[in-house]
Design a protein around this ligand. Structure first.
Ligand SMILES: Cc1cc2nc3c(=O)[nH]c(=O)nc-3n(C[C@H](O)[C@H](O)[C@H](O)COP(=O)(O)OP(=O)(O)OC[C@H]3O[C@@H](n4cnc5c(N)ncnc54)[C@H](O)[C@@H]3O)c2cc1C
Length: 380
């Protein structure tokens, strides 16, 4: 049986980024994807920072719209706006992002197999076996190492003894026709989205994305949100079937086993504040590719040999994940009355200006700003 260098399970942003990096270095990479094409089943708004777009050389043609301001609304309807002179974020065509990243990997030599669901990963002394359920048959692929980049919800990490992510929120999103909304709106309302928040994001050609994260029922929350936005005249109609997904709020206990790494949302490499996971997934994909390159050179794919991955990504993200989770938990436990009060206080204390201040604000790194905000709001 052929021995590949690397098998990557999952052709999302994290998987394709590792595929690109390793195939550029000359390694033989096979990416297995359970869906029949890129872009099936995607439930994601596609908001990325300018920092992310440029750091990963993402094509400007993916951008549907730039965003330099956003409006944050309290349950009472009171709001504040955050406004920057130049765009801090962009809304990208999310399905095309997957295609774009995969095209870059393919151009470097990576091979993609679609309709190929990995059902098990079995590390052995001299190789790792990945069992694949195809559309009509079951096959086994062998490689020196494998990467799990399946997004949230795969049982593969638990089967390898890496634990499970038990803290998560549910997400839902649908494309709509919008009426005259030209900036991102974010809604906080514990009745509508318990423990979460909702959004309306204009994209292009009179369309937008309505979505939410919640600890409650995502489908009924989405229905209620659509009814409310429609009653306010902000949206005209739904243009597609809603999609649903789950967002982890904490990392996987361990992300490294003999011959296997877990990367991206599957590892919980997601901002707990917003649920955004693409940027952190891409950053960790690069860390994983670097560690795998060293493992190839040393011919050491043991858990000890790969441990630098775990150390490096946690060193980069841990502070953000801890502060973000703490802030999210705090917000999740506030009543609507308290959120209204917080918004009023924020207005008085000039919080919008604090957030908009270039020294504190980063679209991707929230820890510093969160600590500053708490300092400025105490005693709340
Ligand atoms: C409503 C909502 C809105 C969001 N908006 C944003 C946003 O604006 N910006 C942002 O940064 N993040 C956002 N996110 C989060 C973002 O979508 C994820 O963090 C990101 O897609 C994770 O990338 P990934 O490559 O780790 O996994 P994924 O994108 O989930 O890709 C995993 C791939 O693996 C495949 N797969 C799964 N299991 C198997 C298997 N056993 N065998 C083979 N293939 C398999 C899947 O089909 C999929 O193609 C949002 C999430 C939700 C729910």
């Amino acid at each position: 049986m052929m021995l590949h260098d690397i098998i990557i399970v999952g052709a999302g942003p994290a998987g394709s980024r590792i595929a690109q990096r390793l195939s550029q270095l000359g390694y033989g990479v096979v990416v297995v994807e359970k869906n029949l094409s890129f872009g099936d089943d995607i439930c994601c708004t596609g908001i990325l920072s300018q920092e992310c777009l440029s750091a990963f050389g993402l094509d400007n043609g993916l951008v549907l719209r730039q965003a330099s301001s956003a409006k944050f609304l309290a349950p009472s309807g009171e709001y504040f706006r955050l406004c920057r002179q130049s765009p801090v974020a962009a809304i990208v065509d999310r399905a095309r992002l997957n295609v774009h990243l995969a095209e870059m990997a393919e151009a470097s030599g990576a091979r993609y197999l679609f309709g190929a669901k990995a059902s098990d990963i079995l590390p052995q002394a001299d190789a790792v076996e990945v069992r694949i359920n195809g559309q009509s048959d079951e096959t086994v692929l062998r490689a020196k190492a494998a990467v799990i980049s399946t997004g949230f919800g795969s049982t593969l990490p638990a089967r390898l003894g890496l634990g499970e992510i038990k803290q998560f929120v549910l997400g839902a999103q649908v494309q709509v026709a919008i009426n005259g909304i030209d900036e991102v709106e974010v809604y906080f309302d514990q009745k509508l989205t318990p423990g979460g928040f909702a959004w309306l994001v204009p994209t292009t050609d009179g369309r937008g994305l309505v979505g939410l994260l919640t600890r409650g029922q995502a489908d009924s929350s989405l229905e209620n949100l659509l009814t409310s936005l429609s009653a306010q005249g902000k949206i005209a109609s739904n243009q597609a079937a809603p999609s649903y997904d789950v967002v982890p709020l904490k990392p996987l206990p361990r992300t490294c086993a003999d011959r296997v790494l877990v990367v991206g949302e599957a590892a919980g490499q997601v901002k707990p504040t917003t649920g955004g996971g693409i940027y952190y997934g891409l950053l960790c994909a690069d860390i994983a590719a670097g560690v795998l390159q060293q493992a190839f050179k040393a011919d050491d794919f043991s858990v000890k040999g790969l441990a630098a991955y775990e150390d490096r990504w946690r060193a980069r993200l841990n502070r953000e994940l801890v502060i973000g989770y703490w802030a999210r938990t705090l917000l999740a436990n506030l009543s609507n009355r308290r959120i209204d009060r917080l918004f009023r206080l924020a207005g008085k204390k000039g919080l919008a200006e604090l957030i908009a201040d270039g020294n504190s604000f980063s679209f991707d790194w929230h820890g510093r700003l969160l600590l500053k905000m708490v300092g400025s709001l105490l005693p709340f």
